[in-house]
Design a protein around this ligand. Structure first.
Ligand code: ADP
Length: 162
């Protein structure tokens, strides 16, 4: 039986930390769906289309990884996609409480779906999309933290905003 895992998130934007988790998940599971959240309380900087198209291109080297958008309950989306595994990344203790709470709720809603945590690689434990957005907003250098495509996308937004 093929095991499909879903790696959900806002990916606003995708960072090298996310790329690392997606790559590691791709070697653990037969198929990985990176699921970009449409409806999120986070009020994303990049549109859903931008987040999906950037992630698709960034991860195009990983043959068993696809990128999709989703709305609504993650467990329902997972059931539709025939997936019984949710992958989440864990950076620090600060992630732990929230992530375990969400995993508990999802388990309650759908007991046959397991959440699997992948520990962030040490060099990325400090890295988050919000930190990248903050640095980019102040015109700092984020080349170490994101794919060049994301740098271009920030530049396009800056032009529009000026
Ligand atoms: P969400 O809004 O669902 O938290 P994010 O895009 O912020 O979405 O993160 C998606 C997932 O990736 C989360 O499980 C998060 O903990 C994980 N993640 C974020 N940054 C990193 C990183 N630098 N290393 C490993 N995992 C990460």
């Amino acid at each position: 039986m093929r095991v499909t895992a879903i790696y959900p998130g806002t990916f606003d934007p995708m960072t090298v930390g996310h790329m690392d988790v997606a790559k590691r998940a791709s070697s653990m599971f037969d198929d990985v769906i990176v699921a970009v959240a449409g409806s999120t309380s986070k009020n994303p900087f990049f549109s859903l289309d931008e987040r999906v198209s950037m992630a698709t291109e960034i991860l195009s080297d990983l043959d068993n990884v696809t990128v999709q958008s989703f709305d609504g309950l993650l467990v329902e989306y997972a059931a539709q996609a025939n997936s019984k595994v949710i992958v989440r990344g864990l950076r620090a203790i600060s992630d732990f409480e929230y992530e375990v709470q969400i995993a508990g709720v999802n388990r309650h809603l759908s007991p046959d779906i397991e959440t699997v945590f992948i520990a962030a690689s040490q060099q990325y434990t400090f890295l988050s999309s919000s930190i990248v957005r903050e640095i980019a907003k102040l015109h700092g250098d984020v080349t170490e933290f994101v794919h060049p495509l994301v740098i271009d996308a920030f530049a396009r937004h800056h032009k529009k905003d000026v």
